[in-house]
Write a protein that binds this ligand. Sequence first.
Ligand code: 5AD
Ligand code: SF4
Length: 440
Amino acid sequence: MTSKTYHVKSFGCQMNVYDSERMGDLLAGQGLSAAASPEEADVVVLNTCHIREKAAEKLYSDVGRLRQKRADGSRRTIVAAGCVAQAEGAEIAARAPEVDVIVGPLAYHRLPELLKQAETGRAIDIDMPAVPKFGALPGRRVRQASAFLTVQEGCDKFCTFCVVPYTRGPETSRPSADLIAEAEALVARGVKEITLLGQNVNAYNGGLSLSGLIRALAEIEGLERIRYTTSHPRDMHDDLIAAHVEVPKLMPYLHLPVQSGSSRILKAMNRAHTRESYLATLARLREARPDIALSGDFIVGFPGETEADFAETLSIVAEVQYAAAYSFKYSVRPGTPAATMADQVPEEVKDERLARLQAAITVGSLAFNQGTIGKRCTVLLERPGRKPGQLIGKTPWLQSAVVSIPGAKIGDLVDVEIVGAMPNSVEAVPIPSGQESAAA
Ligand code: 5AD
Ligand code: SF4
């Protein structure tokens, strides 16, 4: 008999991708093999994200498609996982009877048990257990030279627009010793780059601080690059900034969401930083590490945002010169304080502001990429490019670099010189042999 198959579909952030991988590890541990698409799989996990709108609709439309019986009359087992399952588990149970398992992001280590339970009736676990799931997960199967490692989960910050504190619970950090062991195991299997993940990764406090953890991981031979995301401006302390100077393996890139350039809106968002304090943090960083690439997140159309507030967002984009930035229209999240605030901004105003902001961000990214022309650096090759012989990888500044290097393969770390710039990528060429030592 052929073994059963599974497919995990990830809808969300990098932590959602990490969780999807770990659910795949669990199912593989049960003897299931991976299917290329949800349609082909016997067990389908829909790992949802709740941060912005339409998350629940995407889930229901997938469930609608997947509940259809297959040609041989059999049905798939459907698992609703992730933050929508956590936030709306009861509604999913009522609205989608064909969902067999509903499991939240803090309880998915119980997936094998829940699947067993689902053979006789629907299984739900949306508890936020006191004992963290990580100890109950099997060893990791490695897929790429670059891997995610969740070090911290949850959020205590309660920005007024955000559901995360409600879906992922309070801030918790995994013990440093466990993380060093997980990282060593990844590196032993060929991983060269690790990105440390957390909703508030720089609030990490699992025995070591985040900077202490980074310094400990940098000792692992064979690990070449370390990154971390997402940070909160309020937790950007001097020891972490110093690590950017003193730990060569720590890449010169920081994702530091600001959300708005207006201190008035930041106050209404409960961000606990102002425009000025955010800019002061970036100034400290740039003084320490002048080449650091910065990225941010922005929300347009938060309740009460005026044209003058929005102009401050545009001006902070121009002032900071982000290498990359992500911008979103404010989306009402039921149960969060901003959902019931007065002066909700009309949709067409949000659309128009988003378009202007994205145009400004593109100008900044192109300028950043152009500023790197002539630099020599390493690129970690990740995937094939569009043209034959081309490969795409990441520079230290997290730019996508397109290169053609005869004999190079995915997973290699190669020395290149940047020779061309587009808004979302750069072009690079190999450094002639004998000159590699010049690469940073
Ligand atoms: N509406 C729009 N964007 C949001 N984000 C979080 N909550 C919302 C919301 N309700 C954005 C923030 C955050 C990123 C992960 O998603 O910019 O940094
Ligand atoms: Fe959400 Fe704010 Fe916490 Fe980030 S810091 S997860 S935006 S509440």
